[in-house]
Design a protein around this ligand. Structure first.
Ligand code: NAD
Length: 291
């Protein structure tokens, strides 16, 4: 039976470390690190997410603000707001909540975020830096997954890792982070043949698809580490992952639950990224951040 990778507990510990370093930042610079979240439209889930992000910042001693724009906002207005935030001295992190209204060019907006304040790590500059092996600001969800693997002291050197999903937000950066730790990485996706067989080879299996219970117990190699990024809602309204948890936990050595796994880590890593961006902008030595 697998041990549980308790995202809530690991995230709480990371948030406490961030809060302590925020105290140090304030003492050294005389100001709080600040995250500004831009929300365009009235998507119900996004409303909850942005509120939680801003609140988590405040709890860590940082400034957290939400800028709400109507669903009818024009591309120009949105770009102008993102540009203004990128020019303010007290703004260390700028995050544009996705999805954006249909008429907005998402790539153009993400490219308008100042790369030094791009705490989601979605700007092509930061994506390129990760690809080049010189990561700066790394997307929060895959970063959170790596923090969990660190916590479980999973040896990635030479390990076989399979990432299911190839999105820019999760799958691709996850694969690059694993590769940077010398794993042998396979990226599987909707066109992959024999997905079950590919997964069964994995020492580390990361599922980032968005299909409830896709990964069955017999897809899991005995002793594998299973990270379930998926968030799906069942017909009864319960949250569930991409992995059939009850089956997979019989085979795995470590497994993340949903909820209470990757989700809390994502928020903790957003706080880490905001502090990291603030630290760099303030010209403090990155070696002294020590997170
Ligand atoms: P996405 O829709 O952009 O990408 C899904 C990927 O899954 C695609 O690359 C696609 O090729 C692949 N895929 C689809 N069907 C497949 C199948 N049958 N077999 C194999 N691969 C298949 O989604 P995303 O933004 O990468 O998010 C993935 C999941 O992770 C979603 O459930 C999302 O809600 C969740 N998520 C969770 C967090 C968190 O904090 N826990 C953060 C981001 C995303």
């Amino acid at each position: 039976m697998a041990e549980l990778l308790d995202g809530k507990a690991i995230a709480a510990a990371l948030r406490a470390r961030v809060a302590a370093r925020v105290g140090d930042f304030v003492a050294r610079t005389g100001r709080r690190p600040g995250l500004d979240v831009v929300l365009a439209g009235d998507d119900a889930a996004s409303q909850v997410y942005v509120r939680n992000k801003a609140r988590a910042c405040e709890e860590a001693g940082m400034r957290g603000a939400v800028h709400r724009l109507p669903a009818t906002v024009t591309q120009q207005e949105l770009l102008a707001r993102v540009g203004e935030l990128g020019a303010r001295d007290d703004v260390d992190g700028v995050l544009v909540q996705l999805p954006l209204p249909k008429h907005i060019d998402e790539s153009a907006v993400l490219e308008a975020v100042d790369p030094g304040r791009d705490v989601d790590g979605f700007h092509p500059y930061n994506a390129g830096a990760l690809l080049a092996g010189r990561p700066t600001l790394v997307p929060c969800t895959p970063l959170g997954c790596m923090r969990m693997l660190e916590h479980a002291k999973v040896s990635l050197d030479g390990a076989r890792a399979v990432v299911i999903g190839r999105s820019n937000i999760v799958g691709k950066p996850m694969a690059l982070l694993l590769l940077a730790q010398n794993a042998t990485v396979t990226v599987a996706h909707s066109r992959t043949r024999d997905l079950a067989a590919r997964c069964a080879e994995a020492d580390v299996l990361v599922a980032a698809v968005g299909r409830a219970g896709l990964v069955r117990g017999d897809w899991v190699k005995p002793g594998a580490v299973v990270i379930d990024v998926g968030i799906n809602r069942t017909a009864e309204g319960k949250l569930t992952g991409d992995v059939n948890f009850d089956e997979a936990r019989e085979k795995a050595s470590w497994i993340t639950p949903v909820p209470g796994g990757v989700g809390p880590m994502t928020i903790a890593c957003l706080l880490e990224n905001t502090l990291r961006a603030a630290w760099r902008r303030a010209g403090l030595p990155m070696g002294e951040l020590g997170l």
